[in-house]
Ligand binder design. Sequence first.
Ligand code: PGA
Length: 259
Amino acid sequence: MRKPLVAGNWKMHFTVPEGIQFVNRLRPDLERYARAVDLVLLPPSIMLWEVASVLRTSPIRVGAQNVAWEDRGAFTGEISPAMLAGWCEYVLVGHSERRHIFGESDEQIQRKVTAALRHGLRVILAVGETLEENEAGRTEEVMTRQLSRALDGVTADAAGRLSIAYEPVWAIGTGRAATPGLANEVMGMIRTWLAGVLSAGRAQETRILYGGSVTPENARSLMEEPEIDGALVGGASLKADQFSAIVASTADSMAAAQG
Ligand code: PGA
């Protein structure tokens, strides 16, 4: 059985002191669930090192929200995978805000995934269709395109450090989450695609998270779906009680599934 993973994407929120204070407050609540759920916080890069230092003795892991594809050089404003390796375990790549606001291309995302995996980082690759694509019935086509481009050249072995986050663009920050059934269906399709491209075993082991308006109210019903292995949480990860409640629901639904 796949161990669920819940990641909190803080996006561009909190000052450094606020972020540190928040982690200290959240930590005791979250750590109780660490045996059942892998926990990851994705703070803004300016406080990543500090948050990682606070969590050095904690089972809670940290991750970056973005990464460059080169190790070093004249890339103003970027943070390289070589700089993260060794102390920052995860990195989020391909978030829809990076794709749509900052214009990241499939090719850039592929280079980021490859570079991060080469440095031993764990990659959470986010994919998702827009409302227009969804309404045109193009979800499968878009998923296949985003995945095949982002994972071009990634071996089944390297994909041992990969998770996928299915985040329909229309569900992010809108309060309108995908229904559990729809999310499960798309994620099942993603897993089938992974089996064909990587290996059946690797596809079975790969965690596929749901993201987009996850709340304490809908977390349980999402996590009960067989293909959903956790959550990528934005807004609700900024509220300690809400994020803890989502993690608790994830742990509960896993315990229930195990009987
Ligand atoms: P949301 O964001 O939970 O605020 O919808 C999810 C995400 O962007 O990862």
